[in-house]
Design a protein around this ligand. Structure first.
Ligand code: DGT
Ligand code: CA
Ligand code: CA
Ligand code: ZN
Length: 576
């Protein structure tokens, strides 16, 4: 179990304790424990396995908490959490995900109305009954209704990175089954959607059915939903991700790949095209209607070819113009991970990162990059120990020295400078001018109205040092919607000012996303793809940013960090 998962269960327990009005000391100890576990550089599970060590030696972890952590690692829950879940409906944890409701309000609602579902909570708001409780009013009812709608949209979906890790895990498990040649993910994961509803795996080979038996017997399967001859479905892992595994004969593998990759809208359009050509397309193959002869099915390429089209990359299969482009021979040449030559957004121990400059540089060098930019936070984010002017200037100097010594990779001095409430930069222009690369990001006052937010970004764009807008919409997947602003206007102004837009590869952000990338590109925008890493390991998230860029139809020519170090350095100096 990863530290992050343990920390999540601990803080959930603390939330439940707060609903139960447990004593403040105990609640704080769970909360501090969660922070300590999440921030611990080493895996807690590894420490627990080592008989020579004790996790009570870690700061913030006492005896009671250590026991709870042990339980969590072995069972996924702990005694205190289980007790609380008996006292409150299991939906209590869902209620906590509704914005606007803290543990105290939830306790009050449970006590007064004895409800247990989100539907009932919704009804309470619609019937204006929430306002009868102390400190609750019409405004809160509205807010709760809005966030219930959002919650419904999000629930049951998983981050792309989570689904990808599960696909890799199951791929390893199933591909070693005798009779199985290959295991490939299809569905939204293959298309690179930022969130995934369920995981679709396709298995083929001379005897693929054996993989289904192995799948349902897997230790991490919590519930088998179905197990037939050609398909098995089950919930896997702590978070109950549904996985559909299909066993396929090699002669229809391509047809099944095409069908189960989707999207549904893409498939509908492709099937209509087949019909016009006197053909019928199914998950088994492409058939002539007249004599039912199968003319394609073994490969996806074969199917698209028989329909008079080049193969279409999965990231484009959303029926948003890709079929027309394929027909016209104008499909874009999409950027690939191997074309990325540097990472331009990362944090170090100077602010809230967990690796030093040298460690980040070494990890980037090991990935084969030519350059990186180190971009720690600025002083407005005081809880991250963000840099003030003096430290910015000293940091720029330090990077010059580091480069003179040589780390085997070129380092650009950068900063993720906060864009303040009114659009001013958090750091003076004199200090910013010392740096090679300034990213401007919004981390506060994110609930401004659209007009105010647009003005704020317009003002930030006036900063002569600003080079990149970081995670431009501020969204956090499954948690926070993008903040509203006039996106096209900002994209156009960024072009005019020579400012690039970031595609942030952090799996929780993937910001900008495909649709907005295309809208910005239509205005002439240029992009960077960066990981926003806070740990050397996170540099590997670049693949998700590249996938996202591909969903935005971008080629390497649109992305600054596909350029070599020299060419990139020249581009940095070219800002008018
Ligand atoms: P998800 O799981 O919500 O993230 O999205 P998908 O795209 O993976 O959807 P899923 O798992 O329901 O189905 C996988 C693919 O199978 C889908 O992208 C297209 C195909 N498919 C499923 N049901 C239908 C259908 O009723 N008609 C058509 N044309 N295709 C379907
Ligand atoms: Ca799916
Ligand atoms: Ca599915
Ligand atoms: Zn940021």
């Amino acid at each position: 179990m990863e530290n992050k998962e343990i920390a999540r269960v601990l803080s959930e327990t603390a939330d439940l304790m707060e609903i139960a009005a447990d004593n403040g000391f105990a609640i704080r100890s769970y909360r501090n424990g969660a922070t300590a576990v999440e921030g611990n550089p080493e895996r807690i599970e590894d420490i627990l396995r080592d008989p020579a060590r004790k996790i009570t030696d870690l700061p913030g972890i006492g005896k009671g908490l250590a026991q709870a952590i042990g339980e969590i690692v072995t069972t996924g829950s702990c005694e205190r959490r289980d007790q609380l879940l008996e006292k409150f409906p299991p939906t209590a944890l869902e209620f906590l995900k509704i914005q606007g409701l803290g543990p105290k309000s939830i306790a009050l609602i449970f006590e007064h109305y004895r409800i247990s579902t989100i539907d009932e909570l919704e009804r309470l708001c619609q019937e204006q009954k929430l306002r009868e409780l102390p400190r609750m009013g019409a405004k809160l009812e509205e807010k709760v209704l809005r966030s219930i709608a959002q919650y419904r949209q999000h629930s049951g979906r998983y981050l792309l990175s989570y689904a990808a890790a599960m696909a890799a895990e199951l791929g390893d498990l199933l591909s070693s089954t005798p009779g199985v040649d290959s295991v490939t993910p299809a569905g939204s994961l293959r298309r690179g959607r930022e969130t995934v509803g369920d995981l679709d795996l396709l298995v083929t080979g001379p005897a693929p059915t054996a993989a289904l038996d192995r799948f349902v017997a897997y230790s991490r399967v919590s519930e088998v939903l179905g197990h037939g001859e050609n398909k098995a479905s089950a919930k896997v892992g702590h978070e109950g991700l549904q996985v559909d595994v299909r066993a396929l004969a090699p002669e229809s593998y391509g047809a099944a790949m095409q069908y189960f990759t989707g999207s549904k809208d893409h498939n509908v359009a492709i099937r209509q095209r087949a019909v016009k050509l006197g053909l019928k397309l199914s998950e088994y193959g492409l058939f002539r209607v007249a004599d039912e002869v199968k003319i394609a099915g073994e490969t996806e390429e074969g199917i698209y070819q028989a329909l008079g089209l080049p193969w279409i990359p999965p990231e484009l299969r959303e029926n948003t113009g890709e079929i027309e482009a394929a027909e016209a021979g104008s499909l874009p040449e999409l950027v690939e991970l191997s074309q990325i030559k540097g990472d331009l957004h990362m944090h170090t121990t100077e602010s809230d990162g967990r690796g030093t400059l040298e460690e980040m540089a070494e990890a980037a060098r090991a990935r084969g990059y030519e350059y990186i930019a180190i971009t720690d936070h600025s002083k407005a984010l005081s809880m991250t120990n963000g840099l003030d002017e003096k430290r910015v200037v000293a940091f720029a100097q330090r990077v010059r020295e580091v480069n003179a010594l040589g780390l085997g990779i070129r380092v650009f001095s950068g900063l993720e400078c906060d864009i303040l409430k009114d659009g001013a930069m958090d750091i003076s222009e004199d200090a910013l001018a010392e740096l090679d690369l300034v990213i401007g990001s919004i981390h506060s006052h994110m609930n401004q109205e659209s007009a105010e937010m647009t003005d704020r970004l317009l003002r930030a764009l006036q900063s002569p040092s600003l080079r990149i807008i970081g995670h431009p919409t501020g969204r956090i997947l499954l948690q926070r919607e993008p903040f509203p602003f006039d996106f096209e206007r900002i994209a156009a102004e960024a072009v005019r000012r020579g400012v690039w837009l970031e595609i942030n590869s952090s799996p929780e952000r993937l910001d900008l996303h495909g649709t907005l990338i295309r809208a910005a590109r239509a205005k002439g925008a240029s992009f960077t793809i960066s990981t926003d890493s806070h740990h050397p390991k996170q540099l590997a998230n670049m693949r998700y940013g590249v996938t996202t860029a591909r969903r935005g139809w971008l080629g390497p020519q649109h992305i600054l960090n596909t350029r070599g170090a020299e060419e990139f350095a020249r581009a940095l100096q070219s800002k008018s």
